[in-house]
Design a protein around this ligand. Structure first.
Ligand code: BG6
Length: 474
C-alpha cells in the first residue's frame, strides 16, 4: 500500500484567523472578534464590547479577505491539491437568526471557491471553526439552547445550496470535542467552541453536557441535510485528538490514562456509530444532568453518520498518575512526557502519536481519515532575507513519515494530509502572530505592524518537493 494517486496534499486555514475585514461587506460581530491578543504566559482577554485601546487580532487577520488570490497562487505553486477553508457564519448571517442571507458574504466565499477550482485545488469547507455570531450567544445562550441547532441548519442549508456542485467535501465542526463536563476547563477553550467563558457558567457540568450534545446532534442533522441536497456530498467532522499515554504500567494508572484519553471520543462515537453512546447517557443520568434531548434525536444519529474523519493532531501528553507527581502540565490535560521535546509553547512533539491515533480511529470506525491539521508553531527569524525553518521541516518530515507508515504498514485508509496554517496566521490559543506555522511568511508582528507582504520560507520548496513526489521524496 502506498499513498493513493489522488491523495489530497495541502493545508488548512480558518476564517477568523486569516480573513480580517471584520466589519466589511455586512459581516456581523462574531465571538472571536471580542478576543484580544495574549501570549503563552498571559491568556487572551475576552471583552464584552470592543475596547479601542486593546488589540483584537481577528480584525486584521492576515488580510486574506483582500489577498486571497495571491495566497492561492502561492498554494498552487507549492502543488496543493486541496485547501481546507472555513466559512464565517457571521458573514452569511450577521446575527445568526435571520431568514435572508447576506449576499456579499455568499459572494466572497463563492469567489474564493471559484479561485481554488480554477487552480485545481479541491475546496474542503468547514462550516464552523470557532465562528459563531455573538448575537446567538447573547440572545439565546449559545449551544445550550436547542434553537441554535435550527439556526445552524438554516445556515448550513444556505451555503450547501449556494456552493452545490462546486464543493464536495464538507466539515460540520472543527474540534468541538474537548468539552468534558467533569473536567475543569480554561475560559478560552469553552469560548472558542461556544462563545461562553467556563468561569461564568453557573452549572458547568450541565452546560457543557448540553453544549456537547446539541453540537453533536447539529452535526448529524447537517450530515443528513448535506446528503439530501446532494448525494455526492462527502461530509465529515474534524476532531482534535491528542493521545494521553499512561504514566507507567501500574494498572490503576493505565486505567486512568484510558479514561483520560477516551474523554475526547464520545462525540466521535456518536457521529460514527449511529447512536449517542450509552455510556455517556448513563454517566449524565448518574450526574442528574438533563440533556433536554428528544426521542426523535435517535433517528438523526442513526441516519447522520459521517463519511470521513478529520484528524487535527499536534502533540501527546501523559495522564497524571493516581498518586500525584511533580510534572509540568500539558494543554489538553495530563503532564509532559519526559521522552519528548516540546515546542516553545509546551506542545510535546510526538510523530509516533499521529500513527497511534490513526490506527486507533481506523480500527474503531473504519472510516477514511484526512489529516486536517498538523504542524509546528515556532518563532521564525529572517536571515539573509528569508526564513531557514529546518525545525519545521524536521517536524513535518517526521509526522508525514508516520502518516505513511500508518497507511503502508498498518493499512489505515488515509486520503489526505493538510498542514495547519500553510501561510502564517493568527494563533487561536494565544492570538499571537509570532507563533508561526506557515511555509509562507507574512510580514506582520504581534503588535499588528508590518507590510503584510508574503514571502517563501525554506519549507516552501521542501513541501513542494514532497507533494510532487506524492510523499516519496521525504
Ligand atoms: C487547532 C485549531 O486546534 O489548533 C486551529 O483548529 C489552531 O484553529 C490550531 O490554530 C493551532 O493552535 P494555535 O493555538 O497554535 O493557533
Amino acid at each position: 500500500m502506498t499513498l493513493t494517486k489522488d491523495f489530497f496534499w495541502g493545508g488548512s486555514i480558518a476564517a477568523h484567523q486569516c480573513e480580517g475585514a471584520w466589519q466589511e461587506d455586512g459581516k456581523g460581530p462574531a465571538i472571536m472578534d471580542f478576543v484580544t491578543k495574549g501570549s503563552n504566559k498571559e491568556p487572551r482577554t475576552i471583552t464584552e464590547t470592543i475596547d479601542p485601546k486593546l488589540d483584537y487580532p481577528s480584525h486584521l487577520g492576515i488580510d486574506f479577505y483582500h489577498q486571497y488570490k495571491e495566497d492561492i497562487r502561492l498554494f498552487k505553486e507549492m502543488g496543493f491539491t486541496a485547501l481546507r477553508i472555513s466559512i464565517d457564519w457571521s458573514r452569511i448571517f450577521p446575527k445568526g437568526d435571520e431568514q435572508e442571507p447576506n449576499q456579499a458574504g455568499i459572494d466572497f466565499y463563492g469567489n474564493v471557491i471559484d479561485e481554488l477550482l480554477a487552480n485545481d485545488i479541491e475546496p474542503i469547507v468547514t462550516l464552523y471553526h470557532f465562528e459563531l455570531p455573538i448575537h446567538l450567544v447573547r440572545e439565546y445562550g449559545s449551544w445550550k439552547n436547542r434553537r441554535v441547532i435550527d439556526f445552524y441548519l438554516h445556515y448550513c442549508e444556505t451555503v450547501l445550496n449556494a456552493y452545490d456542485g462546486k464543493v464536495k467535501y464538507w466539515v460540520t465542526f472543527n474540534e468541538m470535542n474537548h468539552l468534558d463536563p467533569q473536567t475543569e476547563q480554561s475560559d478560552i477553550f469553552t469560548y472558542l467552541i461556544a462563545g461562553l467563558k467556563y468561569s461564568e457558567m453557573k452549572n458547568p457540568a450541565v452546560d457543557l453536557a448540553r453544549i456537547g450534545y446539541n453540537m453533536t446532534l447539529a452535526g448529524v442533522k447537517a450530515v443528513r441535510l448535506a446528503r439530501e441536497i446532494n448525494p455526492e456530498n462527502k461530509i465529515g467532522c474534524v476532531f482534535g485528538l491528542n493521545p494521553i499515554y499512561s504514566y507507567d504500567c501500574q494498572p490503576d494508572n493505565v486505567l486512568k490514562s484510558f479514561l483520560d484519553n477516551d474523554r475526547d471520543y464520545y462525540q466521535v462515537d456518536a457521529m460514527c456509530n449511529g447512536k449517542f453512546p450509552k455510556y455517556k447517557m448513563k454517566q449524565y443520568q448518574a450526574l442528574n444532568i438533563d440533556l433536554e434531548n428528544q426521542s426523535s434525536d435517535a433517528e438523526d444519529f442513526a441516519k447522520g453518520s459521517i463519511d470521513f474523519i478529520g484528524l487535527n493532531y499536534y502533540m501527546s501528553s501523559i495522564s497524571e498518575p493516581n498518586t500525584p507527581v511533580e510534572g509540568e502540565t500539558s494543554l489538553f490535560g495530563g503532564i509532559q512526557n519526559p521522552y519528548l521535546e516540546q515546542s516553545k509553547w509546551g506542545w510535546g512533539i510526538d510523530p509516533t502519536g499521529i500513527r497511534y491515533v490513526m490506527n486507533y480511529l481506523y480500527r474503531k470506525y473504519e472510516l477514511p481519515i484526512i489529516i486536517t491539521e498538523n504542524g509546528l508553531g515556532a518563532v521564525d527569524q529572517i536571515e539573509d532575507g528569508t526564513v531557514h525553518d529546518d525545525y519545521r521541516i524536521d517536524y513535518l518530515q517526521k509526522h508525514i513519515k508516520a502518516v505513511k507508515q500508518a497507511v503502508e504498514e498498518d493499512f489505515v485508509e488515509c486520503i489526505g494530509y493538510l498542514s495547519w496554517g500553510p501561510i502564517d496566521l493568527v494563533s487561536a490559543s494565544t492570538g499571537e502572530m509570532s507563533k508561526r506555522y506557515g511555509f509562507i511568511y507574512v510580514d506582520l508582528d504581534n503588535e499588528g505592524k508590518g507590510s503584510l507582504e508574503r514571502s517563501k520560507k525554506d519549507s516552501f520548496d521542501w513541501y513542494q518537493k514532497i507533494i510532487k513526489s506524492n510523499g516519496e521524496d521525504l
